[in-house]
Design a protein around this ligand. Sequence first.
Ligand code: FES
Length: 147
Amino acid sequence: MQITVNGSAHKVEVEEDMPLLWVLRDELKLTGTKFGCGGGFCGACTIHLDGQPVRACLTPVSFAEGKQITTVEGLSIYGDHPLQLAWIEHNVPQCGYCQSGQLMSAAALLQQTPNPDDKQIDQAMTGNLCRCGTYPRIKSAISAAAK
Ligand code: FES
């Protein structure tokens, strides 16, 4: 099977129903995408498929064939996406585990809605959980990056 990740084509020899999360992490060693719940509840595994945020833990790899897969590693070449810079500026992460998923959901939001209001941010980010409670800083960083 061939998949395109962060602009590069990869041939992977895996079962077609294997979750994309494990293909990314175990086959391609792209470990920025995290395993949290494995059931679509926490958002730690959020990636983009053709620009849309999806849960890699629930997405069979075959579903991603022919689509553009973007992981947190592909968000920017030098780690200088406006959201990444705002994350640093606002000291968003605590333990950091959920943050790549948070960033990917936020990036999808800004792609579709460059200047989101508070309600739109809340709606877009509602499926991304953070056990450290960094929500206020996440929100501030998204607002700052949108400016
Ligand atoms: Fe996929 Fe939690 S690991 S939503």
